[in-house]
Design a protein around this ligand. Structure first.
Ligand SMILES: [Zn+2]
Length: 224
């Protein structure tokens, strides 16, 4: 049986005990197989899951591609939910002029953009942190906190017991309400160091529509 399929898959042998199929937008279909399983058995397994695999692939195809910035003059990146077109010269449609040259290589342009972004992000985070602290301070006795930013893969922010709040610098890509909901979340951890009912009660008190903002951030983070 040799169907002609519109998709191919890669087989990867590993120390696992069962066969697993992984479908992602980035790597396509990947089959992870234990060493004792033959290639033929792996192929049969994939064939038996064809319908499921094709459904997954169709899901990825119908979803709009995630925006990835490209570091050439005249391209754009997101800041506070808006596209910022950057260029070395101030021409029509440009939002941000960086002090570079026409023939700068992409890695140099990327470094310039990142520097601008991280500076702006820290200024923004600091402003919002201080503003929300003053709002919350009138209702609650809030312990001290300090703020840092870092590029993180899996989370938007963390709060340590010593009051150190670390925000993911990528958060500054999204609209202000998305930035705010993460800052409020971390500030609430200064009083409730967990995700208990008391914690969410506090969130409701400080930012009654926090759930909407959380959902928006989740949705937008799939797009850019
Ligand atoms: Zn939390």
């Amino acid at each position: 049986m040799n169907d002609v399929r519109a998709w191919q898959y890669s087989v990867k042998y590993s120390r696992r005990k069962t066969i697993g199929i992984y479908v992602s937008a980035e790597s396509g279909v990947e089959v992870r197989v234990p060493h004792f399983v033959s290639r033929r058995e792996a192929d049969d397994f994939v064939a038996s899951k064809q319908e499921w695999i094709e459904k997954q692939l169709a899901n990825f195809a119908s979803r709009p591609a995630r925006f990835e910035p490209c570091f050439q003059w005249g391209e754009a990146f997101y800041f506070l939910g808006e596209k910022q077109v950057f260029h070395w010269q101030d021409v029509a449609g440009v939002d941000l002029v960086l002090s570079g040259k026409a023939d700068d290589p992409t890695d140099k342009i990327e470094a310039m953009v990142q520097r601008w972004f991280r500076q702006q992000a820290l200024t923004l985070f600091t402003e919002r942190h201080d503003w929300w602290r003053s709002q919350m301070g009138s209702l609650l006795d809030l312990p001290q906190s300090t703020l840092q930013q870092r590029s993180m893969k899996r989370r938007w922010g963390t709060c340590r017991r010593n009051g150190k709040i670390i925000l993911n610098s990528n958060l500054a890509r999204y609209p202000l309400n998305c930035v705010d909901v993460v800052i409020v979340h971390e500030l609430c951890h200064l009083l409730e160091f967990n995700h208990s009912r008391r914690f969410y009660h506090l969130m409701d008190q400080v930012m009654p529509d926090w759930k909407q903002h959380d959902e928006m951030l989740n949705r937008l983070s799939l797009l850019y």
